[in-house]
Design a protein around this ligand. Structure first.
Ligand code: HEC
Ligand code: HEC
Ligand code: HEC
Ligand code: HEC
Length: 193
């Protein structure tokens, strides 16, 4: 008769193989399909194959900002640039005074009034390799009404980086505090969709 431990190991192997096959059927990352090692001894300290991660690997540490800006963790601008080693502080400054102010009255070091947004992006992007059809489709999808190209900014079409509602408002040019609202539950203060 097999001992309890062996039964456990056998079921683990069967489970791992089944998972591997499922991953294979759904066409997931090939690494997840690799069969577990056959030697049970070695298997004891072998980790189960890890499920493929949806999130690409971030190459920046934005933790200091996520403490309060948790809603930006999966936002596309943040992720797409995080994998390229461009983090919050590269665009908004280290902002120590801002992040240390528990009253939230001190603005971050770098903010972008509408007429300075394109400049920020153009620092790194000087070409636009997209078909006119796609650009128009995107314009429609975002529900934009502005038709004069010189009045459109990159973030009108790209990412969901704007807040739907503000709790604190500064003048983005001067940093002057303009308005403080009652704290909102984080969910209500979500990003533009
Ligand atoms: C102690 C909490 C806290 C930390 C930590 C924090 N922030 Fe903020 N930040 C806020 C609050 C509150 C607002 C106002 C948001 C709102 O209106 O809902 C804000 C707003 C901002 C804005 C918008 C400014 C504007 O009006 O255009 C930027 C940019 C920003 N933070 C960047 C950062 C960056 C970068 C970090 C990390 C280096 C950071 N914050 C860390 C609390 C924080
Ligand atoms: C500090 C440099 C830097 C800044 C500033 C910057 N980007 Fe990027 N961005 C990159 C790099 C690097 C990549 C990845 C390589 C590429 O696709 O060009 C990237 C990728 C992108 C992509 C995805 C391209 C693709 O094919 O997947 C978009 C869209 C984009 N950026 C838009 C913007 C917008 C809009 C802004 C301004 C809000 C901006 N970027 C600001 C460096 C930057
Ligand atoms: C009217 C909408 C619109 C505006 C405004 C816009 N884009 Fe785009 N952009 C698009 C579309 C659509 C694509 C193609 C996306 C795709 O292929 O799925 C694209 C693609 C890109 C790409 C990836 C392709 C490439 O060239 O590497 C980058 C980077 C980019 N845009 C940056 C910017 C920057 C920077 C600005 C502001 C100066 C900007 N975009 C303004 C709609 C727009
Ligand atoms: C590639 C540059 C870039 C990076 C990286 C970046 N931002 Fe921004 N951020 C911008 C620009 C440009 C704007 C202005 C966007 C607009 O108004 O459409 C902005 C606006 C904001 C705002 C104000 C939104 C509003 O509605 O007023 C907040 C808050 C913010 N960023 C926080 C962050 C945090 C937190 C991170 C990192 C987790 C981050 N940003 C990373 C460029 C960047």
């Amino acid at each position: 008769m097999m001992k309890r431990v062996e039964w456990l190991l056998l079921s683990a192997v069967v489970a791992a193989v089944t998972l591997g096959c499922l991953a294979c059927l759904t066409g997931d990352d090939v690494r997840a399909v690799a069969a577990p090692p056959l030697s049970l001894e070695g298997y004891l300290d072998e980790k189960l194959p890890e499920a493929p991660k949806d999130q690409p690997k971030m190459k920046v540490d934005n933790q200091a900002c996520y403490v309060c800006h948790d809603n930006y963790k999966e936002e596309k601008l943040v992720v797409r640039h995080g994998v390229e080693e461009v983090g919050c502080i590269d665009c908004h400054g280290k902002s120590f005074d801002h992040r240390d102010d528990e009253d939230n009255l001190t603005p971050p070091e770098v903010m972008y009034p509408r007429d300075e947004i394109n400049e920020c992006c153009s620092d790194c992007h000087d070409e636009h390799d997209a078909s006119p059809a796609k650009v128009i489709a995107q314009w429609k999808k975002r529900g934009l009404t502005e038709t004069a190209p010189e009045k459109l900014v990159c973030t009108d079409c790209h990412f969901q980086h704007r807040l739907k509602r503000r709790t604190v408002t500064w003048d983005k040019k001067t940093g002057k505090l303009l308005k403080v609202e009652q704290k909102l539950a984080p969910k209500e203060n979500d990003l533009m969709k």
